[in-house]
Design a protein around this ligand. Structure first.
Ligand code: ACO
Length: 334
């Protein structure tokens, strides 16, 4: 990053929440022309979690936020801002961040939602960092939360097996130690990807009608192969660029934290960086693609499993609809 304010932003606490309901691959075998073997070998997914139909995204975001506050030992009133990254807000408005702020009692915080599909958390984190680095705000909560079960067409085997529901959060705080915390970010969009991965219905282009519902325009549409190729290139290139920019060798990287869309994309990214899978955070096998929640939930689970040490270099890397892609280098500080 060319400019920094007086502080570095560091992650001072993490949290995550997944619904209790487990959906194993065998569930899809029961009514679709698919197999547990196909799903595992082509995607790396064994099971995912689903919310109940009447539970919104905020249900998970609230619980992830509460875990962060409890672990940090602070009250919600100490939060200055809440950013939620999601493609499945409770409603178009008010923002889910406002709903969460009210539910947890964050009376002194402002907040908003940010949409960048599977790169949501990376773009949101990059945004949150700015508030903290310049010294304007001292406690910024960033939550990645998505209820993908409400966007996946459960009759389409190309689509429904990939996604799950989840939420996870980071608390960012300032430090005067410029050697720790978030060190750098690289972000990209390429709108030529808009034709390969989208949800056509529900926005101002195609407001909901009987016709949009009949034509299944409110579900995720994805040209899997096209997106797959773009994701492999985008994630591998940007992760390698981050390493080169900071003269990091594979042994200097404690963990690659990739967006969890497909185990084969993750493997290709790790190969390009020259790091073994033992240095890659993975939870796609348990949760599928939870869009905004994949990266922070990996970090939170690995942290509470005692697998991240103070001073570790983490490279967080995402790729998603848009196309959007990005990478953040951080030195773990807690
Ligand atoms: N079970 C059995 N067969 C299946 C299934 C399934 N669940 N799904 C697809 N198939 C079939 C296809 O119909 C196809 O059959 P055909 O050859 O008779 O037409 C065959 O398997 C092979 O299909 P491919 O598309 O070649 O399969 P591929 O190996 O590419 O895997 C997948 C598909 C998993 C979707 C992969 O392309 C992928 O992961 N793409 C990228 C996903 C991604 O990164 N998305 C971005 C993030 S998502 C976001 O931002 C919201």
């Amino acid at each position: 990053m060319s400019h920094k304010g007086p502080y570095n932003a560091y992650v001072s606490a993490v949290g995550h929440y997944f619904p209790d309901k487990v959906i194993p691959n065998s569930y899809y075998e029961s009514y679709l022309d698919t197999t547990d073997e196909w799903i595992k070998t082509r995607t790396g997914i064994s099971e995912r979690r689903f919310l109940e139909p009447n539970q919104p995204t905020s249900f998970m975001a609230i619980r992830a936020a509460q875990m962060v506050l409890e672990k940090r030992g602070i009250s919600a009133e100490e939060l200055d801002a809440i950013i939620i990254t999601t493609v499945t807000p409770d409603m178009f408005y008010p923002a889910t961040a406002v709903i969460v702020a009210d539910a947890i009692g964050a009376k002194n915080a402002f907040g908003f939602d940010l949409s960048a599909a599977c790169s949501g958390f990376i773009f949101g984190l990059a945004t949150a960092i700015q508030f903290v680095q310049c010294g304007t705000y001292k406690k910024v909560l960033i939550i990645g939360a998505d209820k993908m079960s409400c966007l996946a067409d459960m009759s389409d085997r190309n689509n429904c097996v990939l996604f799950g529901d989840g939420a996870a959060a980071f608390l960012l705080e300032p430090t005067e130690d410029k050697t720790i915390g978030i060190i750098d970010q690289i972000l990209h969009v390429d709108g030529s990807g808009k034709d390969s991965l989208y949800q056509l219905g529900g926005g101002s282009l195609n407001p909901p009608t009987h016709e949009t519902v009949d034509k299944k325009m409110h579900y995720i549409y994805q040209e899997g192969k096209t997106v797959f190729k773009a994701a492999v290139k985008g994630m591998a290139d940007i992760s390698a660029e981050m390493m080169e920019k900071h003269n990091l060798k594979p042994e200097d990287v404690a963990y690659l934290v990739p967006h969890q869309a497909n185990m084969r994309i993750i493997q290709a990214t790790a190969d390009r960086m020259g790091v073994g899978l033992d240095k890659v955070m993975i939870n796609i096998n348990k949760y599928g693609n939870t869009t905004s929640a994949t990266i922070p939930s990996c970090v939170s689970e690995y942290y509470y499993d005692g697998k991240i040490k103070k001073g570790d270099n983490l490279i967080l890397t995402s790729f998603g609809a848009g196309y959007t892609w990005g990478s953040i280098l951080l030195k773990w500080a807690i």
